[in-house]
Design a protein around this ligand. Sequence first.
Ligand SMILES: Cc1cc2nc3c(=O)[nH]c(=O)nc-3n(C[C@H](O)[C@H](O)[C@H](O)COP(=O)(O)OP(=O)(O)OC[C@H]3O[C@@H](n4cnc5c(N)ncnc54)[C@H](O)[C@@H]3O)c2cc1C
Length: 287
Amino acid sequence: MKPAAFEYVRPGSLNEALQALSRHAGNAKILAGGQSLVPMMNLRMLHPAVIIDINRVPGLDAIRTDGDALVVGALARHSTLRDSPIVAKHCPLMREAYRYVAHKPIRNRGTLGGNISHADPASEMPAVLVATDATIVVKSAKGERKIAAANFFIGLMQTALQTGEMVTEIRIPIAPANQGWAFEEAANRKGDFAMAAIGATLTLTGGVCSQAAVAVAGMSDRATRLSALEALLERKPLDDDLIMRAAVLAKSSVKPDSSYHADVDFKRDLAEALTERALKNARARCK
Ligand SMILES: Cc1cc2nc3c(=O)[nH]c(=O)nc-3n(C[C@H](O)[C@H](O)[C@H](O)COP(=O)(O)OP(=O)(O)OC[C@H]3O[C@@H](n4cnc5c(N)ncnc54)[C@H](O)[C@@H]3O)c2cc1C
């Protein structure tokens, strides 16, 4: 399969990219790693008139810290993030979730900005960003907006990005040193998108849960937090009994869609089993 004809634009700076997006508003698509865009164009599910290739925009792949945030440029590749000591130190949940993302050739090209802009509900990174209260920074020729991850993913492959906007960076609060984390997933085959995935962070103060964040992916049209479960955990001793109650609550809280690989009942069972595993592993890592 081949894509429909398109005009190719390769900006050499962020400003040129934003001007090109503004000029071709509504008719252009950004090309990052191409791992989702190109197959969709080849299948003629998308036929943009203009492709804006941001791969030569300098600095857009930077990974750095800024005050209390880990800052990831939109063009940072999955492989780089997976191997980054800065990510391992400041967002261990992301590092763990990358164990489940795709296959090496795809990770070598795919980018975090492209991944979240594509907004596949079974993707791991949206769950990580929702669980960590990350902020998505988007720019257009008119200026900049900062969008909480929870508000960025608004539906099946739909984001809060408006015409003429692009993701430039992702800001993730630096994980406290005493926080535990875990990312657990079930997929049909290694490297496939998640049938179900749970990402969790926990903080214990004297054995009592003083902070809990639990996000689920692969269950509905977007990654979401399980806020009732978080409320159940907080301010209570985090023993096995409480974790089991939380896992049962996860099973009844999720609203999965049936898919070719897993029906609704199976997905609910997965939510329960993965939540138990994630909470126990996160608890074991609390300092
Ligand atoms: C076989 C296969 C298996 C995969 N398995 C997984 C998996 O297990 N988990 C997973 O999470 N992903 C998986 N992926 C997807 C992979 O992570 C892609 O890298 C990702 O979905 C898209 O990133 P990209 O950089 O390639 O984006 P592209 O394909 O270049 O772009 C994707 C979309 O985002 C837009 N876009 C790109 N960058 C920006 C930006 N900075 N601002 C605004 N819009 C932008 C594009 O216009 C396009 O609409 C898989 C892909 C394949 C082909």
